[in-house]
Design a binder for this molecule. Structure first.
Ligand code: ZN
Length: 269
């Protein structure tokens, strides 16, 4: 069976220390968590930047500090920088992290509602981010929050802005966007090319469901406090615990966990 890539979404732009003491905020905390997750089986970490008050920022120097500290502790780990979150509508406010040339970056290919805001990604912004990634040889992870985001992703490929293997991340169960259901997942899978790679992320209580689905159906999985701060109802999780659980479930199913270099091979990095 194909090896599974486990991504840890360490921080995101929403959870604060008042929500969970386990969310890493400073570059030191984020890099330490990245290293601990790497040791238990994560081969990719997806990171956002926060300022010292915990506010989500697209700040070049903070991204650089996080990236360099992770690479110091775990040189082999794949770092994926977010170009999403709740950071504004322009290339300047969303593309800063690309300037440090990470191996990967997230790329949302459409707009939808988040629980309390519109998540807006204009065709122009999507194209500008994709062009910058192409120029810098950064592998995009295509963030699919709803069905309508698949076609624009395929168009990027048609237009030569992204290369095979396409790598989708289905974010499911976020209020305002697509639901975390088997029927929605099978619909998404029917829309992507056969040889594309896909990852799945469940928000909140759906994270465990999507972990099972990704493992069983041949996808890759993303876990972490960005999407879900609980281990089980009422019990807070750490990033490490969530990675450990995904590793355990994958192994039970008979799928070995990809090392970062195996992940590079699967994703064509
Ligand atoms: Zn993110």
């Amino acid at each position: 069976m194909k090896k599974i890539i486990i991504t840890s979404a360490l921080v995101g732009s929403v959870p604060q220390k008042k929500d969970t003491p386990y969310v890493p905020i400073t570059p030191e905390e984020i890099s330490q968590d990245a290293y601990e997750c790497f040791k238990v089986g994560a081969s990719v970490v997806h990171v956002h930047a926060r300022d010292k008050d915990g506010k989500s920022v697209h700040d070049l120097e903070i991204f650089r500090e996080i990236h360099d500290k992770i690479k110091e502790k775990a040189p082999d780990l794949i770092v994926q920088i977010s170009t999403g979150g709740r950071a504004g509508l322009t290339f300047d406010s969303r593309g800063k992290g690309l300037l440090i040339n990470p191996e990967m970056a997230s790329l949302s290919t459409g707009s939808c509602n988040f629980p309390k805001m519109v998540y807006e990604n204009s065709p122009e912004l999507i194209k500008d981010l994709a062009e910058e990634m192409k120029k810098r040889k950064i592998k995009p992870e295509l963030e699919i929050f709803d069905t309508s985001m698949i076609q624009p992703a395929l168009d990027l490929f048609e237009n030569g802005l992204i290369k095979k293997p396409l790598y989708f991340n289905f974010v499911m169960g976020l209020k305002g966007a697509q639901s975390a259901t088997v029927s929605q997942l099978s619909h998404l899978l029917s829309m992507i090319p056969e040889k594309a790679e896909w990852n799945i992320s469940g928000v909140g209580k759906y994270q465990l469901l999507t972990t099972y689905l990704g493992i069983a159906l041949g996808g890759h999985v993303r876990v972490g406090l960005e999407d879900n701060i609980y281990y089980s109802k009422g019990k807070l999780a750490t990033n490490v615990q969530l990675v450990e659980r995904a590793v355990r479930l994958a192994k039970e199913y008979g799928r070995d966990v990809a090392t970062p270099s195996e992940a590079r091979e699967i994703l064509g990095l």
